[in-house]
Every structure is written in C-alpha cells, then in structure tokens.
Design a protein around this ligand. Structure first.
Ligand SMILES: NC(=O)c1ccc[n+]([C@@H]2O[C@H](COP(=O)([O-])OP(=O)(O)OC[C@H]3O[C@@H](n4cnc5c(N)ncnc54)[C@H](OP(=O)(O)O)[C@@H]3O)[C@@H](O)[C@H]2O)c1
Length: 215
C-alpha cells in the first residue's frame, strides 16, 4: 500500500512512517524542509518535498497513493493565521487533492474537543475550530474517512493499550507511540471507514480496539 503522510516529520508521523515501512508499505512523508529528509530515510520512509501552505494543490504528491494521512499541525506556539493555513487549509487541500485523483482513503489526526470547539478558550478556540472545520470538510467530501481524535499527546513509551470510542467529549492522555500504532492498524482495517473516534490510553489491546470500531 502506498501511503502519503502529510506533515511527515511530525512526532506521530515519523513513528507511523516507520511502522508502515517495516510492514512493507510504501511509506511517503510530505515535508517542506529538505534538511528533514534524512530522518525519514532513517525509518525506511520516502521523503516528498512539498508545502501544505505554499503549494496551491497537493495533487502531484498525492498521485499514486492508496491512502493519505493528515498528521501536520501548526503547533501550540502558532498564531491564528497558521491554524487557518495548516490545521484547516492543509487538511482541506489534502482532501481536495485526494478527491480529485480518486484516492478514496483518508485518515485524519483530529483532536479531542473538536466536537465542541465553541467551549474552548484562548488559543485552543481557533485551533479546535480549524480541526472541526477540517473534519467536516472531509466528512462532506464523500471520501472513505476515519477521523481519530487523540487526547493530550505524551512522549512516554507506548503501552499497546487504548480506549478508542465514538462517544465524544472525554479527556485524557495518549502516547504518540500508541497513536501511531492505532493509525497503522486503522489503515489496514476498512471497517473503521466512516467513524469519528476519540483515543486515549486505556485497557484494550490496539488490534482489538480498532477491530471493534464501526460506524
Ligand atoms: N499536542 C496535543 O496534545 C495534540 C492533541 C490532539 C491532537 N493533536 C494533533 O496531532 C497531530 C500531530 O501531532 P505531533 O505532535 O505529531 O505534531 P508535530 O510534531 O508538531 O508535527 C507537525 C508537523 O507538521 C509539519 N508542518 C507544519 N506546517 C507545514 C507545512 N506548511 N507543510 C508541510 N508540513 C508542515 C511540521 O513541519 P515543520 O518542521 O516544517 O514545521 C511538523 O513536522 C497534529 O495535527 C496536532 O494538531 C495534538
């Protein structure tokens, strides 16, 4: 399977690309800085140079993919403008490119709180609005989406045990290792298509949690 991961040098993205490459997928990561290419190659991934904000279309990079993953983010230090151009704009461009090329499978890293952005304050408000709008655009695109909304990300070692639930509105931590494992499993589990689920560390082994996710 050829998978293009947008935001390919992100902390979750690098973990995911490594998992995909290790199981024999063609793992491609979209990055805007050529200096990051070696880090992708080190995990067995193929760097693709492109910019989610500066490029008018992502079609040249999406071409040939069987699935795309949105793993980019403007980051907590960014202002409202980059939340609009990366968290929303980048995800929308990826959706539109996938739809134009007939690449049906799209896995989105969203966020807890995107079910009720209006309840957020401070910099979380524009961030969660951007995430909610990006999710809505994807759902309305008609593509085969799976939207994963992780809780607070940590760099603790993965546990292999999660809570993956379509009941929205919860809070809790989740390791980036475990998010990457869940996304890799989702990519080979078509029964997850059409779901929006929150993800936390929990009690259920990842393969079992993903298998039990249905629309
Ligand atoms: N932090 C949390 O607790 C939390 C909770 C829920 C969900 N999330 C979401 O989880 C996702 C992944 O998190 P993470 O910690 O793995 O992210 P991360 O390490 O901050 O990675 C984000 C990546 O996006 C890339 N990017 C930004 N602008 C770009 C552009 N114009 N073109 C191409 N790439 C661009 C960055 O590359 P550069 O090096 O070029 O900037 C970076 O590699 C994000 O969508 C985030 O919003 C976070």
């Amino acid at each position: 399977m050829d998978v293009l991961v947008a935001g390919g040098h992100g902390k979750i993205a690098l973990r995911l690309l490594g998992l995909l490459a290790a199981r024999g997928d063609r793992a491609r990561g979209l990055i805007r800085k050529p200096s990051q290419a070696a880090d992708l190659e080190a995990v067995g991934a193929i760097p693709v140079i492109g910019d989610l904000e500066a490029d008018a279309t992502l079609e040249p990079y999406v071409k040939g993919a069987d699935a795309v993953v949105f793993a980019a983010g403007a980051g907590p230090g960014s202002g409202d403008a980059r939340k609009a151009t990366v968290d929303l704009g980048g995800a929308v461009k990826l959706t539109d490119a996938a739809r134009a090329l007939g690449v049906r499978r799209y896995v989105m890293i969203s966020s807890i709180g995107a079910d009720r952005p209006e309840a957020a304050t401070g910099s979380m408000l524009p961030y969660l609005k951007a995430k909610a709008d990006a999710d809505r655009h994807l759902i309305e695109s008609g593509l085969d989406y799976t939207i994963t909304r992780p809780g607070s990300l940590t760099d603790d070692p993965g546990t292999g045990l999660v809570t993956l639930t379509t009941e929205l509105g919860n809070r809790g931590p989740i390791t980036r290792d475990d998010v990457a494992e869940v996304l890799a499993e989702i990519l080979r589990t078509p029964s997850t298509i059409g779901t929006v689920a929150e993800l936390f560390n929990g009690e259920v082994p990842i393969t079992e949690a993903v298998k039990s996710l249905h629309p």
